[in-house]
Write a protein that binds this ligand. Structure first.
Ligand SMILES: [Zn+2]
Length: 428
């Protein structure tokens, strides 16, 4: 290899070979000092793209290397001279970053990445290989290839880069249609100008609404206007934990229905424990609820069915939206629920879109890549799990929208139905 790269007869010995020196550079990509004009870095802003280099990251999770030897017994011959990175400094880097947790990718295309951590890595020196290459000609970059040490670190970098590129791509497509060209040119020449590609629509989440409500309550506390009947629970906390309980009920219901016809004792035990815990939480919550909404007591009595007690996952919580048309409920509580529900509806829609994309992707992936019985069964299980998530998100959206619908006349809300429309089955 040294001979081929012209380093074999180096008068100062082969030890002076630089990192990556023996790698073949892509002749078609821009290589400073080789195929670029000398003044390339002074090019006018509108010509700079000519000298851009596109790199891509790729990884293989199946290239296992068993832990049967050591560097002492079987040392590597090249010390980062060509495509593989130099081992010692790479290991130092890995050691330094070993506690970084890998952020889960939400992109459906990166399921392999998410699963990389969970795969068996026992007795393996490496679980795969990741490489950086030029995107157009697929020539690997010098020192651009590294082992995946338990699949984690190289991947983290890989995901960061991929994510950035995906984000860029979507934003670009979304916005290209609606931005004026002069704005783009201005920004491309001078990055300090207002960036026309930046998305400025803030998405509402339940967490952000909860924060807003908590802040409002904090200022009420300061002004000593606080009228909360409970020393520790505020009105907004009550409502948001009510919504949380509702969500838990929904999840429990899905998990019970997906149990299959022959559940194991272990599965049943786990579900029973979850049910018990949820029951305790609901009981606690209901006792506090009475302090805020005394009229609920009467409704609860009316709702009691003789005979068997109600199933935990079907217990009625009587949030303001469920009874505001039958009994009185403090306006403030309705207002809190409205705000949280609005955010919840948006979140449910986001989840739904995500799982639908995932579903389509999994189908395509299964058709093109999966063969063999075990893999097929596995793929089918994943798909049916995604299916369940789609229906949970759908149900969540419908329940939330119905709640908004019953609250809206009371609070005089209008126009919300334009964005949060009725979700029909044929739309999914
Ligand atoms: Zn190239």
């Amino acid at each position: 290899m040294l001979k081929h790269a012209g380093c074999g007869h180096n008068p100062s010995s082969i030890v002076s070979t630089r990192e990556g020196q023996c790698a073949l550079l892509c002749p078609a990509c821009p290589q400073p000092g080789k195929n670029l004009p000398t003044d390339w870095h002074c090019a006018a802003p509108e010509k700079r793209w000519l000298y851009a280099k596109f790199v891509a990251l790729d990884a293989n999770f199946h290239l296992h290397c068993k832990n049967v030897s050591s560097d002492q017994v079987d040392p590597g011959l090249s010390k980062g001279w060509s495509y593989f990175v130099e081992e010692t400094s790479y290991e130092v880097f890995i050691e330094e970053h070993k506690y970084d947790t890998q952020e889960r990718s939400t992109c459906s295309g990166h399921n392999a990445v998410n699963m990389a951590d969970s795969k068996k890595s026992h007795g393996l020196a490496t679980t795969g290989v990741g490489a950086v290459g030029c995107a157009r000609h697929n020539l690997k970059l010098p020192c651009g290839t590294g082992d995946l040490q338990k699949g984690r670190l190289t991947l983290r970098k890989l995901i960061e880069a991929m994510k950035a590129s995906m984000e860029h791509d979507t934003k670009l497509r979304e916005l290209k249609a609606c931005i004026e060209m002069p704005m783009i040119t201005k920004w491309e020449c001078d990055n300090s100008k207002c960036n026309p590609y930046e998305i400025r629509v803030a998405t509402i989440t339940q967490a952000s609404v909860q924060l807003e409500l908590a802040r409002a309550e904090a200022s009420e506390l300061q002004a000593r206007n606080d009228v909360s009947p409970h020393p520790e629970v505020s009105a907004s906390t009550l409502i948001s934990s009510g919504l949380e309980l509702e969500e838990q009920q929904r999840l429990l219901k899905t998990d019970i229905s997906s149990l299959g016809s022959h559940p194991t004792d272990n599965q049943l035990a786990k579900l029973q424990e979850r049910t018990n815990a949820l029951k305790r939480c609901i009981d606690n919550w209901q006792s506090i609820q009475l302090l805020f909404m005394p009229s609920v007591a009467r409704l609860r009595d009316k709702d009691v069915q003789p005979g068997e007690p109600a199933k935990v996952e079907e217990m009625k919580l009587f949030l303001p939206s469920e009874f505001c048309d039958q009994a009185s409920c403090p306006n403030k509580l309705c207002e809190h629920e409205w705000k949280l529900r609005e955010a919840q509806a948006h979140e449910a829609l986001r989840d739904l879109r995500h799982f639908l994309c995932l579903h389509t992707h999994l189908y395509k992936f299964k058709d093109t890549n999966v063969c063999g019985q075990v893999a097929n069964t596995h793929a089918r299980t994943t798909i049916s799990q995604t299916d369940r998530k789609v229906s949970t998100a759908t149900e969540k959206y419908r329940v939330t929208r119905a709640a908004l619908f019953s609250l809206s006349p009371l609070l005089g809300k209008e126009g919300w139905e334009d964005t949060l429309q009725l979700l029909k089955t044929e739309d999914i």
